[in-house]
Design a protein around this ligand. Structure first.
Ligand SMILES: Cc1cc2nc3c(=O)[nH]c(=O)nc-3n(C[C@H](O)[C@H](O)[C@H](O)COP(=O)(O)O)c2cc1C
Length: 328
């Protein structure tokens, strides 16, 4: 029988399937269901910088300031409009006391500020790790790439200095050089990178001539972006790599590990098919491994990464040129 254990950001996991930060962590019963179904760990929904900076009375003002991440947070969780940081911390403490699997707290931020001290408070709840999501749309034309990246590194260093638990950074795919940003974070000593933030793109309703921000779950097709970057980064950074976005089945988990991932983070598929679907995904992964005689995940991790594959150009431009030329 295939062995599914993994070690992600220094945390031993029973299986490589991590529940991504999402609404599943809103209820203890759902978290317990994920544990029973075989989740290796769970990321608790984010504590937002705006939640920390503004107390409950000032939430309205926070909304009118209107950072992209917080507008999206409200789409995810209408209730956080009235919930502050302290309630969030209490919720994590309660969850920690009731489940055994590793729990990872999440901080969602847009800028450097006093809120970073909350990283220490999150650690004090007993979580095993912390995920930092620097989720901002770089819309200010006066700020260049170097400014934006430098701020990211400063935020990461400030948060890292607050905690002794391992830190993962959930990255945007929109840096000019994702590989350079990943290796800088590696140099700073970040033990895990999560690829990628899934930006919810606003739509326009032409009938009402208004903006529409709605929660649309991912499609398996969307996994190709983090899959490529995992393949490109594997073996070039020391940090563990986790794929989030579009992981919808056991074979998808196998693909992630073949590219070089240590773990996957899943939200949409569990919301769509139910939390118990984790056990189906694990059975599919085991079946896939048994068919090929793989005894553990390390035996095939990175087998199809850019570094290991015979045709590494498949990850780069030449494949694209080839494909376009073949089109009739
Ligand atoms: C309902 C919902 C709530 C989410 N909340 C958060 C959050 O609080 N913090 C965060 O970093 N990502 C959040 N996400 C993003 C997920 O963690 C995940 O990265 C993304 O959905 C892509 O994975 P998927 O394709 O499996 O859905 C949320 C996603 C969903 C669907």
């Amino acid at each position: 029988m295939a062995e599914l254990k993994a070690k992600y950001m220094g945390i031993p996991l029973e299986t490589p399937i991590v529940v991504a930060a999402c609404s599943i962590s809103n209820m203890i019963d759902r978290i317990k269901l994920a544990e029973e179904a075989g989740a290796g760990a769970l990321v608790i929904r984010s504590l937002f910088e705006e939640q920390i900076q503004f107390d409950a009375q000032n939430m309205e003002d926070a909304l009118s300031v209107g950072s992209e991440s917080f507008a999206e947070a409200i789409t995810y969780y209408p209730s956080i409009e009235h919930g502050g940081a302290d309630e969030h911390l209490m919720w994590i403490e309660k969850t920690r006391a009731e489940v055994r699997m590793p729990l990872i707290a999440s901080l969602n931020a847009v800028s450097l500020g006093g809120w970073t001290k909350y990283a220490r408070q999150l650690e004090a709840t007993g979580v095993n790790g912390l995920e930092l999501n620097v989720y901002a749309v770089a819309a200010d034309p006066r700020r260049n790439a170097a400014d934006i990246e430098t701020e990211l590194y400063e935020i990461v260093k400030a948060v890292k200095a607050e905690v002794s638990i391992p830190l993962a950074v959930k990255l945007s795919p929109f840096y000019t050089s994702v590989a350079n940003v990943a290796s800088e974070l590696d140099r700073i000593g970040v033990p895990a990178l999560v690829l990628f933030n899934r930006f919810l793109q606003p739509d326009i309703d032409p009938t009402t001539e208004s903006l529409v921000t709605e929660m649309v779950l991912s499609q398996p097709e969307e996994m190709k972006l983090p899959l490529r970057w995992t393949g490109l980064l594997y073996g070039r950074v020391d940090a563990d790599l986790a794929i989030t976005t579009g992981v919808h089945s056991g074979p998808d988990v196998a693909k992630a590990i073949l590219a070089g991932a240590t773990a996957v983070q899943v939200a949409s598929a569990l919301i769509e098919y139910g939390i118990a679907y984790i056990s189906t995904m694990l059975r599919q992964l085991e079946g896939w491994m048994d068919e090929r005689g793989y005894q553990n995940l390390a035996e095939f991790r990175g087998k199809l990464s850019h570094k290991e594959v015979l045709d590494p150009f498949g990850f780069e431009r030449s494949q694209y040129v080839d494909l376009l030329r073949k089109q009739k």
